[in-house]
Design a protein around this ligand. Structure first.
Ligand code: ADP
Ligand code: MG
Length: 666
């Protein structure tokens, strides 16, 4: 199984390299590369019933002659197809050879995304499928076309079959009705039926979750001694008294939980979850204050430069008056500033240092680090949080996350952390009013945006990222930017920021918006991370149907931070999912719904999930399964000496512990 891929027919040096770059080096890796989705070619949608935004499977025949034209760097092939309920156009980009194949009357099955274009619906870049049944869809690997990918996986499965023993103890499998591994792998890739697929996924998810849970529980090593902090009983209240606002009940409660941990003598490992704007930063500052009151240094790590600077400004405003010396360490300092910062950290001249991952690079020596805080934790992943934790003498760790996660899932993903929840917003927030805006209401909305800008407000326009596989001649964000600037809102000051820009340019644009020198900021999801512009009160989200609910919820949290009435416009055809989002502001409810609808993987966005279990995304929000796994892990670890527990622990170590350790040293 650990044999090289080069033995597989169809994998030459170029593909070998392509696979290698995607992290696939062996037959085993390839078999473990599970589909991100399936196409159902056993049930077809009639053309008359398809809606924009959906990905559909249709069975059609070619109804006319294909046409081909060029637009900039694109060759666009277009043909009409019909299934007798309706006739619709289909479009492919940069696949000129298709023209030959699209002969009138040819019957075919297509899978692709439907889009509204010029008053009609078109199917864009569908795949042409030959086999009926459930077909796997893989995350695209540049240089390996979808069809070739399926062939390679098929060959890899053949090599493994019968040779890859099932390592999960048989009793455990029987207890939970889990199928055998070979069956699971085959049916996860090429399901014999829906039922077989469910059985396979359940087995794979169960194993992965169980091993992760066991690994993370072992890693936590409960009861590790930490620095025991000593401060007066009324220290938390003293801190709140020094704030310009009174805390919400939830903030007060959570800081008390933190205070209890800090004085407990065991190293604190706690996550604070709360919606965007719930005031997590203030709680973190409170924890930092308590560390300082006990004579310890603290560090706060943010995922981006912009966010670090924002926290730095906040800390200067709120913590300096309480007698703390605050410093900043980020990647963009000059060499001299860098050296001075390192000195101030090592000498203890700074009581608290705020920064980016520069805080955990080699060469940073802390004076007396007693508390490590990381913000927006899911951007970092387990390894970085561990590294900041290791910088001091087993300091206390506090992580803040704006992603509300259903409790059942938290128990597993963050099995090594205690969790506090801030479930209350500061008073006076009007909340974000969310509206779904179909295409024919776009004009009206622009009128509204103009009137908001006249009132002095600022506006975010957020666009989805594009998949590498999609052919577009410009990023959607660039297109939207051009349209607004040249046409729809040409009278306003508009700026663009996206992920392909250099960090410095990105920061410059964000700064400009922050200073109020732009009315509208068009962006990809880069603004998702904690940017705080209180004057921005409207957010427009293009192609809202492409985002997960939890992500939409996080995005809209960027507006409505002041007390002005805030608006979020979801550009999409109304559907039940979006209506649900518009109807509630409860982040936990939304997370739960998102998990049920799209599976928990989407809560993180697969690309960012880092070393969070990737396969979690393979099961559809099955709270019962999560609980079963959690209970099983517990009962196994209650008797770690049993044969069964020993086998599972060995598997867990092989799967994760090494990864954790490597990540922590690198
Ligand atoms: P989060 O990090 O949870 O998204 P922040 O800590 O950035 O939220 O807080 C958002 C805004 O609310 C900040 O401007 C902060 O000063 C303010 N704030 C925090 N707590 C309170 C409170 N109890 N009352 C009023 N304003 C608050
Ligand atoms: Mg925050």
């Amino acid at each position: 199984m650990d044999v090289s891929l080069s033995g597989i027919r169809g994998i030459g040096p170029a593909r070998l390299k392509a696979f290698h770059e995607a992290g696939i080096d062996s037959v085993r890796d390839l078999v473990m590369f599970l589909p991100k989705d399936y196409r159902d070619l056993s049930a077809f949608t009639p053309l008359s019933e398809i809606k924009p935004g959906e990905t559909v499977s249709v069975k059609v025949r070619v109804a006319g002659e294909p046409s081909q034209r060029r637009a900039r760097k694109l060759v666009i092939t277009k043909v009409y197809v019909t299934d007798d309920t309706q006739t619709l156009p289909v479009v492919w980009y940069n696949q000129p050879w298709l023209k030959e194949q699209l002969t009138r009357g040819r019957e075919m099955m297509l899978c692709g995304r439907c889009e509204a274009r010029g008053g009609t619906i078109q199917i864009s870049s569908p795949t042409i499928e030959q086999e009926e049944g459930l077909l796997p869809v893989y995350r695209s690997i540049p240089g390996v076309p979808a069809k070739a990918m399926r062939g390679c996986v098929e060959a890899a499965l053949k090599i493994c079959e019968g040779q890859w023993p099932d390592e999960l103890p048989e009793d455990l499998r029987r207890r939970h009705g889990l199928c055998e591994r070979n069956f699971a792998m085959r049916n996860a890739h090429f399901p014999a039926s829906r039922e077989a697929l469910e059985t396979a996924r359940r087995r794979i998810a169960f194993e992965e979750l169980l091993l992760y849970q066991v690994a993370i529980s072992l890693r936590r090593g409960r009861g590790e001694p930490g620095v025991r902090m000593e401060f007066a009983d009324d220290a938390p209240e003293k801190f709140w008294a020094g704030m310009p606002f009174s805390p919400t009940g939830a903030q007060r409660r959570v800081l008390q939980e933190v205070a209890r941990d800090l004085r407990g003598g065991e190293a604190m490992a706690r996550m604070v979850q709360g919606d965007v704007g719930s005031g997590k930063t203030a709680v973190a500052f409170g924890a930092i204050y308590l560390a300082h009151a006990s004579g310890y240094q603290a560090a706060l790590m943010a995922p981006t430069e912009v966010l670090a600077r924002q926290h730095y400004a906040g800390a200067k405003a709120l913590l300096e008056p309480l007698g703390m010396r605050v410093g900043l360490l980020t990647g963009s300092l000059t060499p001299k500033q860098h050296r001075l910062a390192h000195e101030a950290i090592a000498s203890g001249e700074w009581d608290v240092v705020i920064g980016t991952h520069a805080l955990i690079t080699e060469g940073v020596e802390y004076h007396r680090l007693g508390l490590a805080v990381t913000d927006e934790q899911h951007r970092f992943g387990v390894s970085q949080r561990t590294r900041l934790g290791q910088k001091g003498d087993a300091p206390n760790v506090l992580v803040m996350s704006a992603t509300p996660i259903p409790r059942t899932l938290s128990l597993i993903l963050y099995g090594d952390l205690d969790i506090s929840i801030i479930d209350e917003l500061p008073p006076g927030r009007k909340g974000v009013r969310t509206r779904i805006v179909p295409e024919d209401k776009r004009r009206d909305m622009y009128g509204f945006l103009r009137s908001e800008v006249k009132k002095g407000r600022q506006i975010y326009v957020v666009c989805p990222l594009v998949e590498e596989s999609e052919a577009v001649d410009a990023l959607p964000a660039e297109q939207v930017y051009e349209n607004l600037r040249n046409r729809d809102l040409s009278d306003l000051r508009i700026e663009l920021v996206h992920g392909r820009m250099k960090a410095a340019d990105k920061d410059a644009v964000l700064e400009k918006f922050h200073r109020g020198e732009a009315d509208v900021l068009v962006s990809t999801t880069v603004i998702e991370v904690g940017v705080n512009v209180p004057n921005a009160s409207v957010m427009v989200i293009e192609n809202a149907e492409r985002f997960g609910l939890a992500q939409l919820h996080q995005l809209r949290g960027r507006v409505g931070r002041g007390t002005d009435e805030a608006w979020c416009f979801l550009m999409a055809e109304p559907n039940e999912r979006l209506r649900f989002l518009a109807s509630t502001t409860d982040g936990f409810k939304i997370a739960q719904r998102d998990m049920e609808l799209r599976g928990p993987g989407d809560l993180f966005g697969t690309r960012q999930s880092g070393n969070i279990v990737c396969g979690v995304g393979t099961l559809a929000g099955d709270a019962q399964l999560l609980k079963t796994v959690h209970d099983e892990a517990r009962s196994l670890l209650a008797h770690p000496e049993s044969d069964e527990a020993q086998s599972v622990i060995r598997l867990a170590e092989a799967a994760y512990l090494k990864k954790f350790r490597e990540a922590a040293v690198n």
